[in-house]
Ligand binder design. Structure first.
Ligand code: ATP
Ligand code: MG
Length: 510
């Protein structure tokens, strides 16, 4: 059921090209007069969705309703919808007036007439020059270009050209205006100005805007509603505030702004552990649940201290970088191998030791489906092993550079013969739950830990092991294991997937 005052309703819309599905089960109701933004990275299906609304593409499945009526099969020119494209597609040989008037000159409008036999019939006529004049003048006024009517397109700035493109779309008085990255070609300053102007036009015109961008700031400042997309799916729909403050998952949190995102574990009632530290929080999740935690940089509280003065239970970090951002400084603080981004109006120095605190309410906790073990603070040692929880696991580092091999001195050799020294390289190591091998027989060559949790998942158990350094491994098993038992963990060399943090070029050997 479409909601009240709904102008456009997409219901189970899918679009495939060949075997590739690029929009999947898209469900969205847009209210009359709303400013809706589709936000997502390149290739996530924004333009395709817009083109289906405009009628340039037909959904493979599902339907699109306009004011309650199915328009899925109606051609574009019969829809009260106009599009502004990223490339303005203006006619360079025509002036501003003629560019805006172009569509109107071709337009035929219906009128009722009586034919020779006295029957009522619908006839079509073109708009008169006077009518066209009036419509063009009105559109140019909205985009603030009245003065430039007779200018050649080629003499206009990018921003002015974009305004002409908008005028050309609104001159048809559409019910819905689609804007596909309309500001993408403008420089930052011009883009900011046009953002404000577009917002004002939206207010003035009172029509529905569906806007596409991959710029989260643009989406946050302009929209009533943001639709965050990824890989053809809707991730979250909400107001800018909702999406910023209550992202439904780590993807949205990461996409919507500068954030600290950590793998974390619930370790007590309203207590969550990340950065090797236990924080109080306000969300109550089951004990030992693996969660994602988001902390906004503006919510990190810093206090200068010294290592020698630190009390137990305090989380300390060392300032690694500092950037002045106008009103505040942005710091990257290292806590072991993990980074914390913080904003603070106080100036601090690189190398300063700071105490890090976060108010419980500012720790956003999100449920997470654990599908693999991800160790985001792993690194490579001088024998090309990956260090997880300070324990060296044999692994295949050639996966970090396609076509590479290891020479007899343990250097990584690229296809092109370049030599890389991966000693101390920071990596993310991933191990599938099924690839963690666990034994209760003591093994000096394995990493030991204690079983802290076991959950029955319908046809198998998910068991959590915690190491002495409080790293957690989850594995799947058909057997029951006992909490508090000590176990030894091994992982087959080829089952550890590695991703380099940063560029491999950093490790070229001089
Ligand atoms: N006509 C087509 N035939 C085959 N594949 C297509 C076609 N149109 C789009 N695609 C594919 O569909 C996916 C989604 O494309 P779409 O243009 O909707 O992405 P987008 O979110 O608008 O990205 P961008 O931000 O780069 O504009 C892409 O992988 C694209 O290559
Ligand atoms: Mg696009």
């Amino acid at each position: 059921m479409a909601k009240e005052n709904c102008i456009i309703s997409l219901q189970g819309v899918c679009k495939s090209f060949g075997n590739t599905t690029v929009v999947d089960d898209f469900n969205l109701d847009i209210t009359k007069g709303e400013f809706v933004t589709f936000l997502g990275p390149s290739g996530c299906g924004k333009t395709t969705t817009l083109r289906m609304i405009a009628g340039f593409e037909t959904p493979t499945e599902g339907k699109i309703l306009l004011n309650g009526e199915d328009i899925t099969k109606i051609p574009p020119y019969k829809r009260p919808i106009n599009t502004v494209f990223q490339r303005y597609a203006l006619f360079p040989h025509l002036d501003v007036y003629d560019n805006v008037a172009f569509g109107l000159k071709l337009k035929k409008i219906p009128y009722e007439a009586t034919d020779k036999k006295g029957n009522q019939v619908t006839k079509f006529r073109r708009l008169t020059a006077k009518e066209i004049d009036a419509k063009v003048a009105k559109a140019l006024k909205v985009v603030d270009l009245e003065e430039l009517e007779n200018r050649d397109i080629s003499t206009l700035s990018g921003g002015q050209q974009q305004r002409v493109a908008i005028a050309r779309a609104i001159v048809n008085e559409p019910e819905i205006l689609l804007l596909d990255e309309p500001l993408g070609a403008l420089d930052l300053k011009m883009r900011k100005e046009m953002q404000i102007e577009l917002k004002e036009m939206h207010k003035k015109l009172g029509i529905t805007f569906i806007y596409v961008t991959h710029d989260q700031e643009e989406a946050l400042t302009m929209s009533d509603t943001i639709v965050v997309m990824k890989g053809g799916y809707i991730q979250q729909v909400g107001t800018p505030l909702d999406i910023y403050n209550e992202p439904v998952n780590a993807y949205v949190a990461d996409f919507i702004g500068e954030s600290n995102i950590y793998n974390a574990t619930m370790v007590g009632k309203k207590q969550v552990r990340f950065l090797g530290h236990v924080f109080d929080c306000v969300d109550d999740f089951p004990l030992n649940e693996k969660v994602d935690v988001v902390v906004r940089p503006e919510d990190v509280i810093l206090t200068k201290t010294e290592e020698s003065k630190a009390k137990s239970g305090e989380l300390l970090g060392k300032i690694a970088t500092k950037i002045f951002k106008g009103v505040h400084y942005e710091y990257v603080i290292m806590v072991g191998k993990a980074e914390v981004v913080a904003q603070d109006t106080k100036e601090r120095e690189i190398g300063d030791i700071v105490k890090i605190e976060v108010e419980p309410a500012n720790i956003q906790i999100m449920q997470k489906e654990v599908t693999s073990n991800v160790f985001s603070e792993a690194w490579i040692d001088n024998k090309n092993r990956v260090m997880i929880s300070e324990f060296p696991f044999e692994c295949d580092v050639t996966q970090l550079l396609p076509g590479s091999h290891i020479d007899e001195e343990d250097y990584l050799i690229g296809k092109d013969g370049k030599v890389y020294d991966l000693d101390d390289a920071d990596v993310i190591a991933e191990i599938d739950l099924a690839d963690v091998e666990v034994s209760d027989i003591e093994n000096e060559e394995a990493l030991s830990g204690v079983i802290v949790d076991t959950v029955y998942k319908g046809d198998h158990y998910q068991v959590m092991i915690r190491t002495e350094l409080e790293e957690e491994f989850i594995f799947e098993t058909m057997y029951t294991w006992n909490v508090n038992d000590i176990v030894w963990i091994t992982v087959p060399k080829e089952k550890i997937k590695l991703k380099l943090k940063g560029d491999i070029k950093k490790y070229v050997k001089e």
